[in-house]
Design a protein around this ligand. Structure first.
Ligand code: SF4
Length: 477
């Protein structure tokens, strides 16, 4: 597992990282909480919202419509931002985005930068490049701040430090800040608040991401649960927003639909604590706000996805609900995935952004149970997209020959009633003899992976078709 804050997108051993995660008692305790907190909150919030399914369909169709005309909406957005005094920059990839930010910061004599939580800046490894260029960068979301002090990367889209217990957080903060704060969430938050307030006062630039961009008005919408987002975007003299091109929505009147579903999906709240709508820099008659507003529109592989069968993955509004619902994520946590985005949506996006070959385990990091799709506020067909990535693995000859042979034979058996009958007869006769009270504790060869952590249920000695035939015989048919 990576220990550097910048070893994101590292191509590590997924299986080894997952095993480590399964053996970490602290991580298992932290992840066990997800089912009763965020995942349960999502379910209850949608149950209590009348017409929630229709609302989710509507959000999905807005996304679909916008992506079909993305070039036009981006142009409209650009015009609107410029008209209101902002600047728009297009970044084709991570390197482009990094140099745009570094250049503007240098030209403006920036020394110190504060950041609000943003997955897209994690995606482009922005902190590393800003620090290498000599800027002081401070994450100001509490979870992100802890992650920065720990020298790690977020393990969850909306709860970056979900993998740590409060005792671990206290140890990190006391070690890095030379303090002696007790392992109490409130006391630790107060301590972070004191440090971060001073950073806001002296920062020359604030960097944020963005949840939505309204093409009609040029408005950046930021949704947070901490006040740091507002301080980041209003106190420093320059506000730089870095946002993926897929975050555009056509009109302001589309926004309430997304506001209703995003907070419910992410945390079970009706609305997040802060919804900030930023349209350009400070106007002459306004008391607060930055002197300059820059919007960096990041492509970084999104255009390629847009024209592919994986297009639907761009509907994602980064709520994290699929992570909370996923039985795999809830056992291995976010770091095991090796990319910035984890869980079911990460298992789709990381191979697309970062290469299928290097991330060939990810499309298989799912039981395809469909819990992710059920939790997704925009009803992304996540299992279907995972299967498409599995098919791409096969098409690009990235599957081991033994697996190809196994599935070839399996498909032949499944298609032939005669072979299927023979195979199930063999399985029921042989496996039921090897088993003790209906369970096998150890399977041979590559199948041993199954029994490494649980028993394998054996088929009964009599198959359904045996019982059926007996019924027919007894009935005299
Ligand atoms: S795929 Fe759906 S559930 Fe998962 S983060 Fe994106 S919007 Fe949320």
């Amino acid at each position: 597992m990576a220990t550097s804050p910048y070893a994101v997108h590292e191509h590590h051993d997924f299986m080894e990282a997952s095993r480590e995660a399964l053996n970490s008692a602290n991580l298992q305790t932290a992840l066990n909480r997800l089912g009763e907190t965020l995942a349960a909150g999502n379910r209850t919030a949608f149950e209590l919202l009348p017409g929630s399914s229709l609302l989710r369909d509507k959000a999905r169709s807005i996304k679909d419509h916008t992506l079909a005309q993305l070039d036009q909406y981006l142009e409209q957005l650009e015009r609107a931002v410029i008209q209101r005094g902002g600047h728009v920059h297009y970044a084709a990839d991570a390197a482009d985005a990094q140099s745009i930010v570094v250049e503007i910061a240098r030209q403006s004599g920036v020394k110190s930068i504060v950041k609000s939580k943003s997955m897209v800046t994690e995606e482009i490894h922005l902190n590393k490049h800003l620090e290498a260029a000599g800027f002081e960068v401070t994450e100001t979301d509490f979870g992100e701040y802890i992650i920065q002090l720990a020298g790690e990367r977020p393990s969850h889209i909306v709860a970056p430090v979900v993998h740590k217990t409060v005792e671990e957080v206290a140890e990190i903060m006391n070690r890095r800040l030379n303090s002696n704060t007790p392992a109490d969430a409130k006391a630790l938050a107060q301590q972070a608040r004191r440090v971060l307030r001073a950073k806001f006062e002296t920062a020359d630039m604030g960097i944020s991401g963005g949840n939505f961009l309204v093409a009609e008005t040029g408005t950046l919408v930021l949704i947070t649960n901490e006040g740091n987002g507002r301080l980041t975007t209003t106190v420093p003299k320059i506000h730089m927003a870095i946002v993926g091109i897929e975050k555009v929505i056509p009109k302001l009147s589309d926004l309430p639909i997304f506001l209703k579903i995003l907070a419910r999906a992410a945390t079970g709240q009706k609305l997040s604590i802060y919804t900030s709508m930023i349209t350009g820099p400070r106007r002459p008659e306004e008391a607060d706000g930055p002197e300059e507003f820059h919007l960096v529109l990041l492509d970084n592989g999104r255009s390629k996805i847009l024209g592919s069968p994986m297009r639907e993955s761009l509907f994602c509004i980064r709520c994290g609900a699929c992570l909370n619902a996923c039985p795999v994520y809830r056992k291995i946590g976010g770091h095991a995935y090796g990319g910035i985005y984890s869980g079911p949506i990460g298992a789709i996006l990381t191979p697309l952004f970062d290469g299928l070959k290097e991330n060939h385990h990810q499309p298989h990091a799912s039981s395809l149970c469909g819990a992710c799709q059920a939790a997704c506020p925009v009803k992304i067909q996540i299992p279907e997209l995972l299967i498409r990535n599995r098919a791409a693995l096969h098409d690009q000859h990235l599957v081991h020959w033994a697996e190809v042979m196994l599935y070839r034979h399996w498909s032949r058996w499944m298609k032939s009633p005669r072979w299927y009958g023979w195979a199930t007869w063999m399985a029921s006769r042989v496996l039921s003899r090897l088993a003790r009270s209906g369970w096998m504790q150890r399977l041979p060869g590559p199948l041993s992976g199954w029994t490494a952590s649980r028993d394998f249920p054996t088929p009964p000695a009599k198959r359904f078709r045996d019982l059926w035939n007996e019924e027919l015989r007894d009935a005299g048919e």
